[in-house]
Structures are given as C-alpha cells and as structure tokens.
Design a protein around this ligand. Structure first.
Ligand code: GLT
Ligand code: MN
Ligand code: MN
Length: 385
C-alpha cells in the first residue's frame, strides 16, 4: 500500500543518496558509488527520476570524449532501470574560483566562467531529457558587506539569469528554471535568502514565464518560516516548478534529514497541499542519510523518504473523508469584487462585531482530531470515518 509507483514522481539527486557523510569536522565515511550503480538501485526501489549537478556526473576537466562516454553509459543505465532525468543543475559552489560567488562575483571573468559552466550544464541536462534546471546560489552572498554593494550584486545576479534565459530561448530548449533560496551556509548570508525573495526577484527578469522556484523544507525552516505557507504562496503564484523535500530542526545548520523525520505534522500539511493542489512536478528528495550509516543505511533512508510520503498521502485522503473533521471545516465564501454599489452596501451594513468576536474557531478540537489521525488513534481505513 505504501509502495512507490512511477506515478508518484519521486526523485533523488545523485548527490543525495551518493552523499558520503563528510562534514566540516570529519572526512567521508562511505565509499563512492558510480552514477549508473545509483540509477540501478533507485530503479529497484521504484524511484521515477534522478537529478544531478554537472560534476556529479561528469568530473570537472573531463575531455569532450570522456564526457560523451560517461553520458552514453549513464543513458544506458537510465533505460535499463526505467529512470528519468527529472532535473539538472550546476555546481557553482565547490571550486575555489566561486568562493566569492558566481553570477554575483565581483570578478568579470568569474562571472563569464560561471555562464560558460552553466550553459554546458544546461546542454548536458537537455541532452539527457531534463525539463527543469535548478539554480541554487550557495556562494552568492557575503560574510562582510564592506566588500560588495548588495544592490550591485543583485543587478549582476539578474544579468546572469537574464543571459541564461535568453540562451535557453535561443537554443529552443523547452527548459524551465527553478530558483532555490537558502538564508545562509556556506556563506554567512546568502542573497535572496528566502523563497519569497525569489518570487519577487523573478518578476524583474526578462523572461519570468520560464522561471519559477524550488523551495526546500530545510532552507525555509532554517529561516524560521512555515514551509506549508511558503509552498502555498508558490503554488498560488503558479511558480512551484520543483520542490526539495527533506526535514530540518529549527535553528540548526542545513540538516537535510530524511523526509518526515522532523515536524511530522508540518510534513502532513505539505503532502496534503501537494496532493490536493494538483502539483504535477517531481517530488524530489534533497536529503541524505545520517553520517552513522553505511551503504545499506543509505537505501533504508531513501525508501523511508518515499514510505513516509505515501503514508502521509493516505492520511490526507483519510482527512478528506473524515466526517467529523469535515464538519468542523468552515465554508469560505470569496470576498466580493469591488463595485461602487457593493462598497456602499458594505459601508451601510451594521455588523454585530461583539457577536462575531464571541464565537470560537474550534481549532483545538480540529487539531486534536488531526493529531489522532496522524498518531494512528483514529480511522485508518478509507471506508472508516
Ligand atoms: C546543495 C544544496 C541543495 C541544492 C543542491 C542544488 S546542491 O546540496 O544544499 O539544497 O538543492 O544545487
Ligand atoms: Mn536543495
Ligand atoms: Mn538543504
């Protein structure tokens, strides 16, 4: 019942299950896995898609011949396992050349190199069938604002993104971009630090119609925000092109934990929202196994992300059919559109505000019913209510 199917569109990045457990205080603890090997294990688990940074697949500095051989092997593995490339992205953060940013770097040459690397990564992604290209500006930020004018940095950020959307249009690719925000780490502060900032920025671009967002649970939670609200705004704006699912304790470094392993209720409202909104994009897990785990633990982690999603999907269906819960939900009439007549009618009405204020919302009862539902203390089959 909780088995993943291709229809679920679950996806993992090569760097997620391929994460080797290094952290700032200690080295890698797990062996490297080859991308074709990862694809084959993902296929066995029922995963639909795989994503990658350019250099997760093709090492930096590979010759064109080596690149093509790697791509051919990878393509074979995808076909053999019936796994799709769900998204591609570019690594603009590992090499020291990007230590003061890529598109916002003060150096003209670094910015041009970032464009060169991104255009090649776009070509690679498109060649392998990607329809979404994520841009996460991990190094676009500062520790000290003495050195860089943030207004100028944003202008350069826009110039870079505009250049890339023009490139995609010129090449006649049907690729769309998804911008991913994060408040800090690896920079002290990252520009466009939240998904909301990204949504505002997108509207200032030359081609906003092909640019959306890729919000991540961990990143918005680091900023102390309600991820369900973040995703709701993205959906309402027609901008949820992609999503990075994981879990995070508030006030910590970017933990990228197994989906649903923290804030279970938050994860429930998120799944319910994704399912009921008709979101049709990839459900991408950008998370990794604990450093305590060996390779077997990694596959337990991956299966766990999907299993929890499926459990919560089932809980959302139970919520929709639960008579007691549904009876507590209030009808929400839309606010009338403005007309002089409606304005005068509203202005002339006497509202009994004491009566309106006196009535409680019943949210305590509702929230407890949801708690019971999630804890398994309430109707666990779809026919029960
Ligand atoms: C990096 C980051 C993620 C981004 C990836 C895409 S790379 O692991 O922490 O949140 O989604 O560049
Ligand atoms: Mn991410
Ligand atoms: Mn993260």
């Amino acid at each position: 019942m909780y088995e993943p199917t291709k229809k679920d569109k679950f996806a993992f990045g090569l760097w997620t299950v391929g994460n080797r457990g290094a952290d700032p205080f200690g080295p890698v603890v797990r062996p490297r896995m080859d991308p074709p090997e990862i694809v084959s294990r993902l296929g066995e688990l029922g995963v639909w898609g795989v994503s990658f940074h350019d250099n997760d697949l093709v090492p930096l500095g590979a010759s064109p011949k080596e690149r093509d051989a790697i791509v051919a092997r990878f393509r074979k593995a995808l076909a053999a396992s019936d796994v799709t490339v769900s998204m591609a992205t570019v690594n603009l953060f590992s090499h020291p050349v990007f230590r003061d940013g890529a598109f916002t770097a003060p150096s003209f040459d670094v910015r041009r190199y970032a464009l060169q690397k991104t255009m090649a990564a776009i070509d690679l992604g498109v060649e392998l069938g990607a329809k979404i290209f994520v841009l996460w500006g991990g190094r676009e930020g500062s520790e000290s604002d003495a050195g860089k004018d943030a207004v100028e940095a944003l202008k350069r950020y826009r110039e870079g993104l505009n250049f890339l959307t023009h490139y995609v249009k010129d090449k006649k690719y049907t690729l769309r971009f998804a911008l991913e925000a994060k408040p800090n780490e690896p920079r002290g502060d990252i520009y466009l630090s939240t998904n909301g900032s990204m949504l505002g920025f997108i509207e200032t671009l030359d081609h906003p119609e092909i640019v959306g967002v890729n919000p991540e649970v961990a990143h918005e939670t680091m900023a102390g925000l309600n991820f369900y609200h973040v995703v709701a705004q993205s959906i309402e704006a027609g901008k949820l092109f992609h999503i990075d699912l994981n879990a995070q304790k508030i006030g910590r470094y970017d933990q990228d934990l197994r989906f649903g392993s923290e804030d279970f209720k938050g994860a429930f409202y998120l799944v319910k929202l994704l399912e009921e909104s008709g979101y049709a994009g990839p459900k991408h897990f950008d998370a990794h196994a604990y450093r305590t785990e060996d390779i077997e633990g990694v596959w337990q982690f991956a299966a766990g992300c999907m299993r929890t999603y499926k459990i919560l999907q089932h809980k959302a269906a139970l919520f929709a059919r639960d008579k007691e819960i549904q009876a507590l939900l209030k009808e929400q009439k839309p606010t009338p559109p403005y007309s002089r007549k409606t304005a005068s009618a509203i202005a002339a009405t006497r509202y009994d505000i004491d009566r309106l204020a006196a009535k409680g919302a019943d949210y305590e009862r509702l929230d407890q019913l949801v708690t019971d539902l999630l804890a398994g203390a309430r109707g666990q089959t779809l026919s029960a209510s």
